[in-house]
Design a protein around this ligand. Sequence first.
Ligand SMILES: *Cc1c(COP(=O)(O)O)cnc(C)c1O
Length: 506
Amino acid sequence: MTAALDDPPAAGVTVGADSLAGGSSGPAALEPMIAAALRAMAAGAHRRGGPLPTGDPATVAAGVAAALDGSPLPEHGVGAIEAVTALTGELTAGTADPADPRCAGHLHCPPLAVAVAAEVVAAALNPSLDSWDQGPSATALEPWVIRALAGLVGYGPEAAGVLTSGGTESNLMGLLLARDAAVEKTSGRSAAVHGLGPAGTRLRIFCSEVAHFSVRRNAALLGLGEESVVAVAVDGAYRMDPAALDDHLAAAVRDGLIPAAVVATAGTTDFGSIDPLPEVTALARRYGAWSHVDAAYGGGALFSDRLAGLLDGLDRADSVALDLHKLGWQPVAAGVFLAGAAGALRPLARRVAYLNPADDEAAGYPSLLGHSLRTTRRVDALKIAVTLRALGRRGVGRLVDACHDLARHAADRISADGRLELAAPPVLSTVVFRYRADPAHTDTVNGDLRRRLLRDGAAVIGRTEIDGAVWLKLTLLNPHATTADVDALLDAVRAAGDGTRAEAVA
Ligand SMILES: *Cc1c(COP(=O)(O)O)cnc(C)c1O
């Protein structure tokens, strides 16, 4: 950054609040604004001084209200530098910073600086992927990223895909294609054109009982209803039991129902557990169902020589969801949807006169409109391509391995601590555990200790439930955290637990 906040703007450049980010004067207009934003970010982080702001939600909300000075829409603007400084400073001061090793609550990764630099450019250029003429180079770039990721999955050159807003949307796309294929097979009619018809109430989706909640929500969005989702039992390591799946599929067919989709999870959100992909995809095929693998979390293991074998069989799935804003260190959003078969995305194709007319296409102008559920769409491919080029597969794999190592260290520490209890050995980078208290108080102590850490601005740790009981979770996605950081985090959990237990018993 060469220009400082107080430097005069370059000659001929107007750095007004209404300056544009693009055009020949865009970089010069951006430079002082970005300098101001970075300076406010540094000040805000200093003010926060930890993984999250101290205090309760009302404290944070009051800070935001103060930075807005009563309104996000004043009658007269305050100017670019003042608005950028006040609001980015306050957002930074009040944020939960995933780059702090004590922030380990969710699949909420610290983005790589190189990805964020590319993201600034994506926002400034603002290409859109719904027509070639809104993003010529972006339209050329995304298919490269899709091919590279499809190759990582093990798909052939005929695979297709698209970048999405995340696992939720990617799962929706997989279930949409599954639903439409099942309706077409049953009635010979297109669900897109005619609706679900009588087959609609007979379609069933199978996933494990610890699959992501978006499977159910998407079933509802697709007109199948949440009750169309059959929850299959898991084994002691939270992996779908293929024998139970077989039983459910057979029972459904016996009852005249139609198995439309089997969703396997590669990396469950809580446990990182990976369903037996070869068995599950084979069962899907035997019953004529579409197989979709939700690898939103575990897909990152594909970058790692050590862990990629856990996903053997992924290439046999009809479609796959990946999320590079989890084990991929991208700023949100960096979802990926992939389908293995040639023409798999055809049901999404649309001809729109103002976006992808047939004569343009015949003249060699490609369009990605028909790959996506969205119309206007960001070039998320830029940050991903820049990151993959900068680090290479091995570089990303090392980050995955570092998080896996941290999870194993945390599990060892928890197992060695009589006050803590480990739920299951970690598979990827999450560790589920709890603080031991007398049975009458275990749930409240664990729930309270987590909020105590939040209120003190000390740590963000996760919470989940197993059979109705409260458990805690470390989601270790910071590859630069050290084992000493993990030790300090667990010490903080113990101390908060000791304090909370003393109060609960008193
Ligand atoms: C995070 C997650 C999702 C949802 O992904 P979003 O990017 O948040 O939409 C789906 N499935 C699994 C297993 C996940 O961990």
